[in-house]
Design a protein around this ligand. Structure first.
Ligand SMILES: Nc1ncnc2c1ncn2[C@@H]1O[C@H](COP(=O)(O)OP(=O)(O)O)[C@@H](O)[C@H]1O
Ligand SMILES: [Mg+2]
Length: 240
């Protein structure tokens, strides 16, 4: 479904993503890990159409989308969430989903919205609550719900589990697993926690300083000395 080939993204003299090749199938949940500043979010931006690559290819469902605008990629089925939740604060939860649906799917389908609200446990908040009233877990659920409303084939999740406490994280993970089946979407998820990745993903890809350093089953990848070093090594450029 998604194939990225030798993709590079530069900001001035900084190569944030450096000749990265990876793929995600519809039937896969793939983890994307690496230290802060490794280029994970930039890779998501390049695939979704928010960052302009300097070279490489992005193939989605056999179509070269490298130069396709953001909205066309969304309509083709590339969905994503943002590291910092970005709801339209003054709108209700349902209205946020309607905006996302119109953008990504092109038409309004209230039944699908109801289904998504139910699935993400936001149904009780749907019509009453403005997005700005939500708690962190709910904001994260809304990020996922908005992405689902665009009717994606590929869902790219940028640290949706970060900041949640253990039981909240478990519930959220269970939801993501179910979502993968129920909505038949492939998932590429950025997450730091090794246990979470191992539990959720069949495969994990590791970036370090913009370069792909490992791609494989979690239990193998997390035993790789270079990966361990990247996780424990100090002094990463662009660390925040
Ligand atoms: N819009 C931008 N302009 C300049 N530099 C950027 C921009 N976005 C990201 N970077 C830099 O690119 C590198 C990768 O950042 P990012 O993709 O956010 O990393 P990650 O998500 O893995 O933490 C960092 O050094 C960051 O400072
Ligand atoms: Mg990031």
């Amino acid at each position: 479904m998604l194939r990225v080939e030798e993709l590079s993204v530069c900001f001035g003299g900084l190569t944030a993503v450096n000749k990265v090749s990876l793929s995600v199938g519809t039937d896969e949940v793939v983890g994307l890990v690496g230290p802060n500043g490794a280029g994970k979010t930039t890779l998501f931006n390049a695939v979704s159409g928010l960052a302009r690559p300097s070279s490489g290819r992005i193939i989605f469902d056999s179509v070269d989308v490298l130069r396709a605008p953001l909205h066309r990629r969304a309509k083709m089925g590339i969905g994503r969430t943002f590291q910092i939740p970005q709801p339209l604060h003054e709108l209700t939860v349902r209205e946020n989903l309607l905006v996302a649906q119109r953008f990504g799917a092109g038409q309004v389908d209230q039944q699908k919205i109801d289904e998504i609200l139910e699935f993400t446990n936001l149904a009780p908040k749907g019509d009453r609550e403005a997005a700005k009233e939500l708690a962190l877990t709910e904001l994260k659920a809304l990020e996922v719900a908005k992405a689902l409303a665009t009717n994606p084939k590929l869902l790219m999740l940028d640290e949706v589990l970060a900041g949640l406490e253990t039981s909240g994280k478990r519930r959220f993970m269970a939801m993501l697993k179910e979502l993968h089946q129920k909505f038949a979407v492939g998932i590429l998820i950025i997450e730091h926690d090794i246990e979470t990745i191992s539990n959720l993903c069949q495969r994990v890809v590791v970036l370090n300083f913009g370069k792909l350093i490992a791609d494989g089953a979690p239990d193998q990848v997390f035993r790789d000395p270079e990966v361990i070093k990247s996780y424990t090594g100090a002094d990463h450029a662009g660390s925040r």
